[in-house]
Write a protein that binds this ligand. Sequence first.
Ligand code: CP
Length: 292
Amino acid sequence: ERNLFSLRELEINEINSLLNRAMAFKNGEVSHFPDRIVGNLFFEPSTRTHQSFIMAEKKMGMQNMDLFPEGSSLKKGESLYDTAKTYEAIGADALVIRSKEDKYYEALRGKLSIPVLNGGDGSGDHPTQSLLDLLTIREEFGSFEGLKVLIAGDISHSRVAHSNMEVMERLGMKVYQSAPEIFQEKKRTYHDMDEIIGEMDIVMMLRVQHERHEVKSVVDCESYNRDYGMNEKRISLMKPSAILMHPAPVNRGWEVTDEVVECEKSRIMRQMRNGVYVRMAVLERALAEGNS
Ligand code: CP
């Protein structure tokens, strides 16, 4: 399988192989794919995922063809499927796609001769974000088994949370959730952050996804942070060895206050850096000869 739609479709040994390759790239290994051309199709805004895929493509000697939705035939009503088929027809070797539609990739499954890498689908999955989170955790703690992670905030709208909860549990981590009622999903158990934060190895804050709801009309930034966010007071409750993570972009002040975004416990910048190596690993998997 050369597509990467969701980590749910990968065995744990495949996930570990991708993390091993990402770490090898971080340690200086090179893997070149000259003349390969990747189409980066971002139908939703992105800075980190889009630019770190471009960086990964450049580091691997690839070229890229980026879609600018505003100037494309999407404006004439062309579908994602027909856009992807166009990229295939004109010679792209792989596609990276982000869409606001959950599971947009089901419309492409089995219908393209080139691999598709999911750069995030609605509130569904964000497999490369999850891989870079796992790489950051493995770098910090050496392994996953038994680690306690608190995932906190806008859980119901978060593809990062959905991808991470599933794979972290498969890796033997203990996953806890904390969220205001408006962001809770029925199937999970929720904890008061202050009651459990001192036991956690990792506290992963989530972005309040203002573009997907109107939470601002019912709660202000200060109250949200006081009740559900990360700040100097909560950082002081964390174990000495514990780390703070966030996929970014960060709504400074809402889920994380300005003064702790770059504090000593924060791994937010490292997460972004690791994103390049993880995306090199998934591009290699997609384009290596012999992978079918
Ligand atoms: N973390 C993440 O996916 O960021 P972007 O939306 O900027 O790509």
